[in-house]
Design a protein around this ligand. Structure first.
Ligand code: AMP
Ligand code: MG
Length: 503
């Protein structure tokens, strides 16, 4: 009896069986790897809702087989773990072959959303389950700190309505890895329709292996862009769709004040999902030039650079797809959707943040001037928009929550006069506007200090703060009066938090 058949017998009957769609690409695209389990591991957190959607019923979540599978101790039924190969541009420079150095694809599961009949396949990856042939000098591990940040942020982004990879569960252990100092390790299980990156295409292009390049593109067309297969140039159509999704994803980041931190092409999803959470950050005080990644000395991935870098990355992908598309003009045409897609999505998201339903000629100046007021004093981004959501144009309204955030009250008052005129111009209904704005201006985002509090407690094996924060972030637009303190400005100690590529 094979080891796999043996484990099959011992699993609870209800344990879902994995498929291995990605593996159908063949051996050129990955290496088969077994996970190296962490010593004395324990389940820290499970995302119950996602788990149920993936077919794990509630009794299974309590069964130790669940922990064993996602701790890399046991092979799930059907699972053929693999590490994918890819390459990429890092900080603007061609880096050659990279690949899953600490991620392990277990396979895929069917996912049913709520009561809907729509069934999708989702891939499940362990991050931090040990070395692979692509680990280069790395140990294949992920530290608890960054695993908690990824677990929380994936689900916070999803709840904000931003395309992202998801997180299923978090496994902790008493094993340490060496970083700037010794740190506890963990494994986060992340979930996405696909983890294929821009760098997956670049890999075959730069090796001059166009047969595999075509194979990868055909695989993506069949599984992720089936509607484009009938287009006259399906590869061009696919590039155009990827470019559009990337531009729209970054418009979402800008609107919510999210900084990714490492927008290398190996971290860019071909599905337009926010991927590879590392030294990311949400803006506290608004500073458009903020750099969240302490390893990013040049500020290549500063907040205000993200739209341009997204475009640069799309050019890198287009270069790699050129042999498939076969024509420079057609490739350029696909790339040309980036700017309008970004601008349209961004304007739509920003207008909604200001509660504007119509589009008027001076809107850009009006909204930019509010951001300029914030930037001048570094006023809190999230709280300013949330307070603006409660702005009342009624005579006698004091709007203190908003005015208290600014030192330059006269400047704000002048701006509010213009805002009021603009609202009157579209006969804005105050009650409706408040509802719209509260649904677009989150009260709760994963501020670095909130993540840090959960991490500090978790390092001492207290996971209650992690759980509470996770739940608050599931409903970022709701008032949650009892959770008011999670919307508080960062305390002074938060200024010393430093996040870098080391994770
Ligand atoms: P990242 O900046 O996390 O996206 O990682 C860039 C590349 O380095 C990817 O190929 C990762 O798999 C690899 N990598 C990062 N950290 C480690 C590690 N601790 N062990 C092995 N590979 C790693
Ligand atoms: Mg990466």
């Amino acid at each position: 009896m094979s080891a796999n058949a043996h484990t099959l017998l011992e699993f609870p009957k209800a344990f879902p069986t994995f498929g291995n769609q990605f593996a159908s690409l063949g051996n050129d695209f990955f290496a088969s790897v077994q996970a190296q389990a962490l010593k004395s591991s324990y389940l820290i957190a499970t995302n119950q809702q996602l788990a149920v959607e993936l077919g794990f019923d509630e009794t299974l979540l309590k069964d130790d087989s669940f922990r064993q599978v996602f701790a890399g101790e046991r092979l799930a039924p059907g699972s053929q773990p693999i590490a994918a190969v890819y390459s990429g541009h890092q900080f603007g420079v061609w880096a050659g072959q990279l690949g899953d150095g600490r991620a392990l694809l277990l396979g895929d599961l069917e996912c049913k959303h709520g009561n809907s009949q729509v069934i999708e396949r989702f891939e499940l990856q362990l991050k931090g389950a040990g070395q692979t042939p692509f680990s280069r000098m790395g140990d294949g591990r992920a530290v608890l700190r960054s695993s908690i940040r990824e677990y929380l942020c994936s689900e916070a982004m999803n709840a904000l309505g931003i395309p992202t990879s998801r997180a299923l569960c978090l496994i902790g252990s008493d094993q340490y890895a060496m970083r700037e100092q010794p740190e506890k390790t963990a494994i986060v299980t992340r979930v996405a329709t696909s983890f294929i990156r821009f760098g997956s295409f670049e890999h075959w292009y730069y090796r001059g292996e166009h047969e595999q390049l075509k194979q990868l593109a055909d695989f993506c067309l069949i599984h992720y862009f089936p509607a484009l297969q009938g287009e006259s140039n399906p590869y061009q159509a696919m590039l155009k769709e990827i470019v559009k999704r990337t531009a729209e994803m970054i418009a979402h980041w800008q609107a919510v004040g999210f900084m990714h931190g490492v927008m290398n092409t190996d971290n860019m999803s071909i599905l337009g999902l926010t991927l590879d959470y590392g030294p990311f950050g949400f803006m506290d005080g608004y500073q458009p030039q903020q750099i969240c990644n302490h390893s990013d000395n040049q500020g290549r991935y500063a907040f205000h650079m993200q739209p341009r870098i997204g475009q640069w990355n799309c050019h890198a992908l287009a270069q790699a797809m050129l042999p498939l598309i076969g024509d420079v003009d057609a490739t350029q045409e696909a790339l040309s959707v980036y700017v309008p897609s970004f601008e349209q999505k961004h304007a739509q998201l920003i207008n909604a943040k200001f509660g504007l339903k119509e589009s008027h000629a001076d809107d850009d100046a009006l909204t930019s001037d509010f951001l300029n007021l914030m930037a001048a004093e570094g006023v809190d981004y999230t709280n300013s928009f949330r307070a603006l959501s409660r702005y009342s144009q009624q005579i006698g309204a004091k709007n203190e929550a908003l005015r208290d955030l600014f030192i330059d009250r006269a400047g704000l008052d002048r701006w509010l006069e213009r805002y009021k005129d603009r609202l009157v111009a579209e006969e804005s209904n105050e009650e409706e506007r408040h509802i719209l704005m509260k649904s677009r201006n989150p009260k709760f985002v994963l501020r670095n200090y909130l993540a840090q509090q959960a991490i500090d407690a978790a390092e001492k094996k207290d996971f209650s703060e992690l759980q509470r924060l996770f739940e608050v972030l599931q409903h970022p637009y709701e008032e949650q009066i009892e959770a008011e303190h999670y919307a508080a400005l960062p305390p002074d100690w938060a200024q010393t938090i430093s996040v870098s590529c080391s994770s």
